[in-house]
Design a protein around this ligand. Structure first.
Ligand code: MN
Length: 200
């Protein structure tokens, strides 16, 4: 039987300090993200979901209203995506190519886009995620509640995300979600990843 595997982090657990500490990563990656993957594997064992890729599990569970499977699968997917959206300070690059042109066209500048993502991060009430997405090539910022994820929407491609669950920032920033989001976007956003993910 094939299980969903939690991908390795693409950097050392200290690589995102001080914005995201190694202690936060030890809990966020090592406990929360790992916990979603472990719970998902228990839930799908012996079901028609076993053997599907993670994206397929998310979409099928959403379509079938399989809430527990959806929540754990979507959180497993969202977290794997979140880690890729981050890079050590100075390593994330800048928007390039067709993505850079889309940022200029749809937001005016990267600074305006970053402000929109920061605002969406702050305004999401309770737990959830802020996203930069592309739909038919057009960029927009959205937010989702709890485990909800843009990949259940046909034609929508996520390019960047901010995890705004308290477990993402509380050890380092306590209740200061706005400061966490601003620092994350200013110092750790992986624009190389977003540029490559943009469906040109
Ligand atoms: Mn999280």
């Amino acid at each position: 039987m094939s299980e969903i595997i939690q991908e390795q982090l693409p950097y050392a657990d200290t690589a995102l300090e001080p914005v995201v500490s190694a202690k936060t990563i030890s809990f966020h990656y090592g406990k929360h993200h790992a916990g979603y993957v472990a719970a998902l594997n228990k839930l799908i064992a012996g079901t028609p979901y076993a053997g599907l890729a993670l994206e397929g599990i998310v979409r099928r569970a959403a379509a079938e209203g399989a809430t527990a499977i959806f929540n754990n699968a979507a959180q497993a997917w969202n977290h794997a995506f979140y880690w890729k959206c981050l890079a050590p300070a100075g390593r994330g690059g800048e928007p390039t190519g067709a993505f850079a042109a889309a940022v200029a066209r749809d937001f005016g500048s990267k600074d305006v886009l970053v402000k929109a993502l920061a605002d969406a991060s702050v305004k999401r009430f309770g737990s959830g995620w802020a996203w930069l997405v592309a739909e038919n090539g057009k960029l927009s910022v959205v937010s989702t509640a709890n485990a909800e994820t843009p990949i259940t929407r046909a034609g929508v491609t996520p390019l960047l995300t901010v995890d705004v669950w308290e477990h993402a920032y509380y050890l380092d920033w306590q209740n200061r979600r706005a400061d966490y989001a601003a620092a994350l976007l200013a110092q750790l956003a992986n624009w190389n990843f977003a540029s490559a993910a943009y469906p040109a």
